[in-house]
Each structure stands twice: as C-alpha cells, then as structure tokens.
Design a binder for this molecule. Structure first.
Ligand SMILES: Cc1cc2nc3c(=O)[nH]c(=O)nc-3n(C[C@H](O)[C@H](O)[C@H](O)COP(=O)(O)O)c2cc1C
Length: 203
C-alpha cells in the first residue's frame, strides 16, 4: 500500500486525493437569500443526510484562501437561518454547474443559470422548480471544522418540509429511475445512478 501522510502534502493535493476516493458524492443544490432578499444558488458535494428523527441534512462549505474566505451560501445561512436543498438530477447538471461560478453576492444565480424559483411554504429562500426533490431547511447548527484555507464549516439543517414530484413516489419510496440523481466523482467527473444492485442485509 502507498503510505500518504497528509502532514507532508498541501491541502490542494489532499483535496484532489479525497474527492477521488470518497465517491460518489450526492450534490446538494443549495438555495439561500441574503438579508435583503438577493437569491443565491450553489452546489455542494460534501453533502449527506445525518438524522431522520428529526430529518437533518448537512453539507460543508469550504474556506477559501485569500480575501473572501467565506462563500455567499454560508454568509446567507448565518444571516437568515434558512435554506433549501434541491437534489441534482441529470436534467439540471448544466445549470447546476453554471451556478458554481465564483460570482459576486449581488448576482441572482437562478437568473444566471436560467432556473425557475418557486416560493417555499415555510421559509423565504426559493426552491428550484426543475429539481424533483426539494427540502425546506432551518439551520440547526454550523460546526466550524477548520478555519484554515481548505477547511470548512459544516451546516446542519432540519428539513421542515419536503416537496416531491408526484410520479417519484411509490409506497412512500423514491423510484431512482424517475429521480435520475447524479453524483460527483473526482475532478470534472460525475456519475448517473442507473447501474445498481440490491443486497439484503444479514438477519
Ligand atoms: C458539483 C460541485 C460540487 C461542489 N461541492 C462543493 C462543496 O462541497 N463545498 C464547497 O465549498 N464548494 C463546493 N463546490 C464549489 C461551490 O459550488 C462554489 O464555490 C460556489 O461558487 C459557491 O457559491 P456561493 O459563493 O454562492 O456560496 C462545488 C462545485 C460543484 C460544481
């Protein structure tokens, strides 16, 4: 086995290594608003669900090197305590990617990406109409994992309302062939969720 001591590598090298091995990662397409109501959208693949009672999802916003270490998403969520996580599907990978451009906080990324904002019911940030699975979230906690460049702030949000496209649901379960979720691998590579197998758990 190749021995790789992180203490001997830059965080950029470690990032390349980790995103190639921790795969595939689902993508949270996060909609937020600043305190003046300017909309923001951005994808985050350091993302998972971490509780079902109550339902809680979490994603990690990286700390940038340089003048503006904190991304708009984190600033907005800290200001308002609200956000929407939209699941990324094959149909919306192009606009999702467009919103990952580093643009100023004044830019409405729904407009930038040509996506349709639809009003949430319980919170202010809009949902992405083109996503078939949307979660309205209230902030529970921000955990500062590391303040260093390449470090991150883990955002935990309680899902206060799910919106699910009607045809996805069968017996309370999601049909993955209808959801067509995508995941992120290393570099610019993504995966579809079409090649699957079932495995029963041991009794
Ligand atoms: C598929 C994908 C996944 C990403 N995952 C993350 C992530 O987990 N954490 C992060 O900080 N940035 C991630 N990014 C980069 C952010 O989306 C990007 O920095 C974005 O401009 C942040 O937007 P904001 O400043 O409006 O919050 C990802 C980009 C793409 C395309």
């Amino acid at each position: 086995m190749h021995r790789y001591d992180p203490a001997e590598h830059s965080y950029k090298d470690i990032y390349r290594l980790m995103i190639g091995a921790v795969v595939p990662r689902p993508i949270a397409f996060v909609s937020s608003e600043d305190k003046h109501g300017v909309r923001n959208l951005a994808p985050f693949s350091y993302f998972t669900a971490c509780s079902t009672n109550p339902p809680v999802v979490c994603f990690c916003v990286a700390v940038r090197a340089g003048e503006t270490p904190h991304k708009d998403t984190l600033r907005n969520i800290r200001e308002t305590g609200e956000f929407v996580v939209n699941i990324v599907t094959e149909e919306i990978v192009m606009p999702m990617n467009a919103t990952s451009a580093e643009v100023g906080p004044e830019v409405d990324e729904f407009v930038l990406a040509g996506l349709t904002p639809v009003a949430s019911e319980l919170i202010r940030p809009a949902r992405v109409a083109e996503s078939p699975f949307q979660m309205e979230c209230r902030l529970r906690q921000v955990v500062e994992v590391s303040p260093l460049p390449g470090g991150g702030n883990l955002v935990l949000g309680e899902v206060v309302l799910f919106h699910i496209r009607e045809d996805l649901l069968e017996d309370g379960k999601i049909d993955p062939d209808k959801l067509r979720a995508v995941g992120r691998m290393g570099g610019p590579t993504y995966v579809r969720t079409r090649d699957r197998f079932d495995l029963a758990r041991p009794k």
